[in-house]
Design a protein around this ligand. Structure first.
Ligand SMILES: [Zn+2]
Length: 230
């Protein structure tokens, strides 16, 4: 074999006419995927649950192979699709009748912010300690957690946010990207500070360094009291 042999890289052992077959095979898989989505009643990807992503991935890998491999026949893929469609319908039906199965396959909504602070115990119970969802909160124009009365991560990963009225906004942990927030091990002034890990609010004296009683972290940020400008 020769490296960088352009003919091998472009076509290898298939003749040029095979490209027409690839286009027919692609059309075939396109129609199959389209029919699958129609039959299962999917409307978009934004609302996909874990189980649906799993089905779509399995589907995608079967569809991908048949689209361009000359030695992958067309009918077995049809059977894969029919089987997955039946499985999908069956599991949907079972989930409608069993809450336990639904929780297992779809997950449960998780409360992530409660009364202006992270719902630390619930997050730990769900192993959600990397807070990618701060990004989602920022997309909702939230500057600090004190603006949030309740935030729930839904099973599809989207976040539902319920806000405090402007007058009820509490001091809270700023969630703007790292460099916007100053972090202190030893706090410079007397005032309210937020634990940068679990968002607990504590009043500290100038020069004080304290270990957070809730999470054991030892880094504090000035709270924000900004109201939402809507
Ligand atoms: Zn803490």
């Amino acid at each position: 074999m020769q490296a960088f042999d352009l003919h091998r890289m472009a076509l290898d052992k298939v003749p040029v006419e095979f490209l027409w077959e690839v286009s027919l095979r692609s059309l075939y898989t396109f129609v199959l995927v389209f029919l699958f989505l129609k039959i299962t009643g999917r409307r978009g990807v934004r609302q996909m649950s874990l189980f649906e992503v799993l089905i779509i991935l399995t589907l995608g890998s079967a569809a991908g192979d048949v689209a361009f491999y000359d030695d992958v026949p067309l009918l077995p893929v049809l059977i894969v699709f029919v089987t997955l469609a039946v499985l999908y319908r069956l599991v949907m039906w079972l989930m409608a009748h069993s809450e336990k199965l639904e929780d297992l396959l779809e997950g449960k909504p998780v409360v992530i912010v409660e009364e202006g602070e992270l719902a630390w115990d619930k997050l730990r119970a769900e192993n959600l300690t990397e807070f990618e969802f701060f990004m989602e909160l920022r997309i909702n124009s939230i500057e600090h957690l004190g603006q949030v009365r309740l935030a729930i991560m839904e099973t599809n990963g989207q976040i539902s946010v319920y806000y405090f009225e402007d007058d009820d906004v509490k001091p809270g942990l700023p969630i703007l990207p790292g460099k916007c927030i100053q972090r202190f091990a030893v706090v410079p002034d007397h005032g309210d500070y937020a634990c940068t890990r679990c968002s607990a609010i504590v009043a500290l004296h100038a020069g004080e360094s304290r270990v957070c009683s809730r999470c054991g972290h030892q880094e504090w940020a000035n709270v924000s009291r900004a109201k939402r400008i809507t």
